[in-house]
Design a protein around this ligand. Structure first.
Ligand code: GAL
Length: 375
């Protein structure tokens, strides 16, 4: 009995150390006997498999939790709210000890979160904030407003309005820019837009940037479910309505790689990227392989690299802490108000990527391989 207990303690210790070492020491380094929770089932709800990043997220969280000795129920919601609601309900019925949720609609799971709370299940909101519920214990994500700031800055850099250090070049344009935001039921979308507009608005005010469509409010520019086809259709519409008289689009704020590719497809369909009609500067996010290829081909201008391996590890470290009686480490206790409470958060910094650092940041870190880019 004692030997068994000691052994389980050693295993738990080495796993906890491995986890905290992997995450750069973010997490408790000591380990408690995981007692009742040893080998517990953890529910991981991801939004969709349409985008490669969420597949990578799911794989990373699952692998890290399994490494720590937990069982994992990983489900994808197919971007369909009722499906995700059902999946989370089933996880609670199955007796999971912790729920890690990347929601489709941040506000749609309140009943399930209430049930989870009653059953003593801890809830970690993964990358997307769960809103309108007090039953959210922790949030692990990236600095989402900073993501937007970086997107705005890189758009200005691509246009030549600011230099590599973010200093104004004196270039006055005017440049025609159109704005896109993400899904309005994902709280990240508003943070990204707010961050980007904090950088772009002063240039809109001085007319260095002109939004020919006049669509500058968040609610006019959102893209439900982050759907690339929706973004493509809106870009086609904008081209037809606001750029028919010979004006050209010179920049597009896009918050996510999937949308960027939809937008670029609308633009190439309208003759951009051929002859003298240059493609505009288009931003993005997630460092997905098709967008990295597009960046290297000189189409998409930039993306934001968010290393989802770090996110997965941190979620696993937090879970292990919760189940071994430790308080998970957080580094932000102010920003993420989910309309009911401020959710204690652990945030990682985003990295902006253009053709200059695809190799040095994304490939060198092993997040993607050269072979994937060459395919
Ligand atoms: C957001 C996420 C972005 C992007 C987007 C579309 O919630 O923060 O990185 O993945 O969803 O999937």
């Amino acid at each position: 009995m004692h030997a068994k207990k000691a052994l389980s303690g050693v295993v738990a210790l080495s796993l906890a150390l491995a986890l905290s070492a992997c995450s750069g020491g973010r997490g408790s380094e000591d380990s408690a006997d995981s007692g009742d929770n040893k080998g517990a089932l953890i529910g991981v709800a991801m939004p969709t498999k349409v985008s490669e990043r969420w597949i990578a997220d799911g794989d990373a969280v699952k692998a890290d939790l399994e490494k720590a000795g937990y069982k994992v129920d990983l489900e994808y919601g197919n971007n369909d709210i009722p499906t995700q609601v059902k999946q989370v309900g089933n996880m609670i019925t199955k007796g999971v000890k912790v729920l890690i949720i990347a929601s489709i609609d941040g506000g749609s799971l309140s009943d399930q979160l209430e049930d989870a709370h009653k059953a003593g299940i801890k809830v970690i909101s993964y990358d997307r904030l769960l809103t309108g519920s007090e039953n959210v214990d922790y949030y692990v994500s990236f600095d989402n407003e900073k993501v937007g700031v970086e997107q705005g800055k890189s758009l200005l850099q691509g246009l030549g309005v600011v230099d590599k250090d973010g200093k104004d070049t004196g270039q006055k344009g005017p440049f025609n820019v159109e704005l896109f935001a993400g899904s309005n039921d994902d709280s990240n979308a508003a943070f990204f837009f707010k961050g980007a507009m904090s950088v772009l608005q002063p240039y809109i005010d001085k007319k260095t940037i002109v939004v020919q469509s006049g669509q500058t409010d968040f609610n006019q520019v959102t893209t439900l479910r982050w759907d690339p086809a929706t973004a493509k259709a809106r870009m086609q519409n904008l081209i037809a309505k606001s750029y028919s008289g010979g004006k050209t689009v010179q920049g597009v704020l896009s918050p996510y790689d999937g949308l960027s590719l939809g937008i670029i497809s609308a633009l190439t369909g309208a003759g951009y990227g051929q002859g003298a009609k240059k493609l505009p500067v288009v931003t993005g996010q997630d460092a997905e392989v098709p967008s990295l290829k597009s960046i290297l081909n000189g189409q998409q201008y930039s993306t934001i690299f968010k290393d989802t391996r770090l996110l997965g590890k941190q979620a696993a470290v937090m879970t292990n802490d919760l189940l071994t009686g430790k308080e998970p480490e957080v580094n932000d206790t102010k920003t993420y108000n989910n309309k009911v409470k401020v959710v204690p958060s652990y945030l990682f910094p985003p990295v902006v990527v253009t053709k200059d650092n695809v190799q040095t940041d994304v490939i060198a870190s092993g997040y993607h391989t050269q072979a994937e880019l060459d395919k």
